[in-house]
Design a protein around this ligand. Structure first.
Ligand code: B12
Ligand code: SF4
Length: 549
């Protein structure tokens, strides 16, 4: 690759794809595919109890922080905002970040750059680059597969091996639940930390693993527990947080790094909370006390199907593990794949029921999906099983199959997926209620724990449970009578237990805040029924900025 003639003096625009997102349009937006993590793929059947929030585009934030060229990040623009940015500033390089579903928007953005800023070089990166033949679908000068920081540094003639500087990232924005938008208080939301990209396990369907090198490979930004600790201290003091969303496919797999982090946390008396992704096998490398002392408060874990090549015993183990984690105050987000090769219309209901019986706090369901760039895609393509007329905008695992399944039709794939979400909600109740259950269990177990860091963490959590969350329980108990009476009774029981622990404050808040929350919940339900959707705000952030001469 040739470096850009202006090197580090080149003026760069890095943009995510344009919105609005939660609507059907010709560029590939889909109402089923809003720019929201939970409402898109986890709590989408939970109505007004769905957890709604946005997450920034961290890939381009990371690139911007790690180059010395003048650089703007434009996140969640409208088409008009993107056009305005191109015409009001003179950019030498326009970088567009996208995933596969958004290839139609990338095509349109490249067209706009050629028209409005014809001297700019166009660089496209992110998972969209994995589409075979993408260079014929979009008009770009460079298509970057894999890690983008080192690529951009090389392109600008900078040192690609310089240490990684981590931007300050607030993990979630504009959080909303039960019709109430939570205030954006400094330190009120976790900070995102990205220790690595990719995963060495190389599961055949896994797009993040494949994109960063596949089996045996991944890119580590922070190798040691010491480096991570120093980074977290800096972010703690700058963002005033004590809670971190650790965006690493493998955080607990690297035991040496995690245990060193724990040592440093203990020495410095850090009472941090960590939300992590981890497989059951990785979690089993730790005792519950190690996890709790490390501040693990939320894990996102794949749940094995009892018949997908795993022994029944192991399936039962994971159920036991989920129960244990929750008993220790660790919220569990399960992830289940619907439409595996062995699924049939006769066994799939039983399989989904088995997943739901794990009773996780949150549950993500995804269709088994061959995604371009993965070994599974290659395999399906060789077998001639890929459906060639499916728009890439619909290849994301939340709609219908993009391949011919041996036993389940495309239409039925959607029916089973939608049913899984509904069934989990109906039989386990709103995720907010389940989280309250986990919090109470954690508090009861650890409120007198000898390590003050641990006590402090559970005290912080339980403050919410004894106040606003108890009012929410009061509302959920009422509203759920219409859905499932026995779950409503379980919520009632939990509320009584919370009120036993905190007799004054819990009752007072339920009585005062409860009716307001009930009103806002019903208003939200009404709005959703009328088709209300939510969109993230547009961000523009400039670094090393000098106005164009
Ligand atoms: C945060 C996140 C989101 C956020 C929003 C992010 C955003 N603002 O766009 C939310 C929750 C809203 C979201 C939504 C969806 N997401 Co998402 N998301 C993620 C997640 C968890 C983290 C992304 C991240 O920041 N990673 C860390 C950064 C550093 O890595 P990165 O983004 O890949 O960037 C690196 C390189 O790709 C490259 N790069 C990126 N951009 C650019 C640009 C240039 C110019 C260059 C040179 C390089 C470059 O350099 C970066 C540094 O190395 C990933 C999973 C993952 N582990 O990455 C999934 C992931 C990206 N999402 C995915 C999917 C499928 C979706 C959804 C379709 C959900 C669904 N239905 O399944 C929706 C789509 C929403 C929409 N309308 O567009 C898939 C993408 C699959 C694919 N191959 O395209 C992923 C990989 C998850 C998965 N394993 O399936 N997502
Ligand atoms: S363990 Fe998870 S992140 Fe790693 S390759 Fe498998 S599915 Fe991907």
């Amino acid at each position: 690759m040739q470096t850009h003639p202006k090197g580090s003096h080149a003026r760069i625009l890095l943009s995510s794809v344009f919105g609005p997102y939660a609507q059907d349009d010709e560029f590939g937006s889909r109402s089923i595919n809003p720019m929201e993590l939970y409402h898109n793929q986890v709590t989408r059947a939970q109505g007004s109890f769905s957890l709604r929030m946005f997450h920034r585009s961290w890939g381009i934030m990371m690139i911007q922080e790690n180059i010395s060229a003048p650089c703007s990040v434009l996140d969640f623009p409208t088409r008009e905002a993107f056009a305005r940015e191109l015409t009001t500033h003179r950019y030498d390089i326009v970088g567009i970040s996208a995933i596969i579903v958004n290839v139609g928007k990338v095509r349109e953005m490249c067209r706009m750059v050629r028209e409005l800023s014809p001297d700019s070089a166009i660089v496209v990166g992110g998972h969209v680059a994995a589409i075979p033949g993408v260079e014929h679908m979009i008009d770009a000068d460079h298509i970057v597969r894999g890690e983008g920081i080192s690529w951009m540094r090389r392109y600008l003639g900078e040192d690609e091996n310089a240490p990684i500087r981590h931007p300050n990232i607030v993990s979630g924005l504009e959080t909303r639940i039960m019709g109430i938008r939570l205030p954006n208080r400094k330190g009120g939301t976790a900070a995102t930390i990205i220790p690595s990209v990719g995963c060495p396990m190389g599961c055949n369907f896994c797009t993040t693993s494949a994109f960063f090198g596949g089996k045996g490979k991944f890119v580590n930004f922070y190798e040691t527990g010491d480096e991570l600790f120093d980074l977290m201290c800096r972010v703690e003091s700058e963002l005033k947080v004590n809670s971190f969303f650790v965006m690493d496919e493998n955080f607990l797999l690297h035991r040496t790094r995690a245990m060193r982090l724990l040592e440093r946390m203990k020495e410095a008396g850090k009472s941090w909370e960590l939300s992590v992704f981890a497989s059951a096998n990785a979690i089993r490398k730790y005792t519950m006390l190690e996890l709790v002392e490390l501040g693990i408060s939320w894990v996102w874990m794949g749940l094995e199907s009892p018949k997908a090549g795993y022994s029944k015993l192991q399936g039962n183990d994971v159920r036991q593990l989920t129960r244990e984690l929750r008993e220790h105050g660790i919220r569990v987000q399960g992830s289940t794949i619907v439409g595996l090769e062995h699924h049939t219309p006769d066994n799939i209901v039983e399989e989904i029921e088995a997943a739901i019986a794990h009773q996780t706090d949150f549950h993500q369901f995804m269709l088994y999906t061959p995604v371009p760039g993965t070994p599974l895609y290659q395999e399906m393509s060789e077998q001639g099983r890929l459906l060639t007329d499916v728009d890439f905008a619909d290849v994301h695992g939340q709609y219908k199959f993009n391949f011919r399944h041996a036993a389940i039709s495309r239409e039925d794939s959607k029916r089973f997926l939608d049913w899984a979400f509904w069934r989990d909600f109906e039989s386990n109740g709103p995720s907010l209620y389940r989280m309250c259950q986990t919090m109470l269990q954690g508090w009861r177990r650890y409120k007198d724990y000898p390590d003050p860091r641990v006590r402090e963490r559970f005290e912080r959590e339980v403050k919410k449970l004894s106040s606003a969350y108890n009012a929410a329980l009061w509302v959920m108990e009422r509203e759920f009578r219409k859905v499932n009476r026995s779950v409503s009774e379980r919520i009632h029981k939990l509320r009584r237990e919370v009120e036993k622990e905190f007799p004054v404050v819990a009752r007072l808040t339920a009585a005062s805040l409860g009716p307001i929350l009930l009103w806002s919940t019903r208003r939200e339900e009404h709005r959703l029924a009328k088709g209300r959707t939510y969109e993230p705000p547009t961000f523009i952030e400039r670094r090393n900025w000098v106005p164009a001469s």
